[in-house]
Ligand binder design. Structure first.
Ligand SMILES: C[S@@+](CC[C@H](N)C(=O)[O-])C[C@H]1O[C@@H](n2cnc3c(N)ncnc32)[C@H](O)[C@@H]1O
Length: 213
């Protein structure tokens, strides 16, 4: 996701810092997320983009906490703005790189993970950056509760096949799979993302799977 540099965003984000937006001192939250989020179970969306899914899930499930992780500061702005406008108190945006996730979450602290339309990194030499690469799965296994679930949606067929293979090799149980989520009524798709709306409007099939650690 690319955005043109908008200098006013940096200023606006200063007002959100320490409230809906968390970026410094994430290590101090390690082991304390449930407490920070009012005793709610904590779910992560990694690569939350502009926060459509994050806001919608938070609205649908006030008894759960949702943390969106996003590297791009300017993109975070739009996600934070949605939370603020909808007065959602059970969600935060973490401006950070998921590669460092073990620094901010203690083992077993996370109830579930969502990966939505993750960057595909199509070149083989960039495979390690894919959020479903096995080194990421190792980190997810550490921070998830035993038998925690990961739900993955993507328009990218190549990334989907790669990910299914990574999940299989990692020994994860595949409990749901479809290559056409929007025409599979028995799989509940509670909230759509910005990318999901865009690609399905173009007629692209949406892949989905759910695995258990
Ligand atoms: C293709 S966009 C999808 C955004 C949103 N999930 C959606 O479906 O509309 C992927 C997002 O993941 C973010 N991202 C990629 N790698 C990341 C990482 N290692 N940690 C956190 N965010 C990451 C990118 O900055 C980008 O905003």
């Amino acid at each position: 996701m690319r955005l043109r540099k908008k200098p006013w965003i940096a200023k606006a984000l200063e007002d959100f810092k320490g409230q809906e937006l968390l970026e410094e001192g994430l290590e101090t939250c390690r082991g304390h997320w449930a407490e920070i989020m009012g005793g709610r179970p904590v779910f992560l969306e990694i690569g939350c983009g502009k926060g459509q899914f994050l806001a919608e899930m938070s609205r649908l499930h006030p008894d759960k906490a949702f943390l969106g992780v996003e590297t791009q500061r300017e993109v975070c702005y739009y996600a934070v703005k949605k939370l603020r406008e909808q007065e959602l108190t059970n969600a935060r945006v973490l401006r950070a790189d998921a590669a460092n996730i073990l620094e901010w979450f203690a083992p077993g602290e996370v109830a579930g993970i969502y990966l939505n339309f993750s960057d595909p990194w199509p070149k083989a030499r960039h495979a390690k950056r894919r959020l479903t690469y096995h080194t990421f799965l190792e980190r997810y296994r550490t921070i998830l509760k035993p038998h925690g679930h990961l739900r993955f949606k993507t328009d990218n067929d190549g990334l989907f096949e790669f990910s299914l293979e990574e999940f299989r090799e990692f020994g994860l149980d595949l409990i749901a799979l479809t290559r056409d989520l929007h025409h599979t009524p028995d799989i509940v798709n509670e909230a759509q993302t910005e990318y999901e709306r865009k690609f399905s409007a173009l007629g692209k099939n949406i892949n989905f799977c759910e695995v258990v650690f």
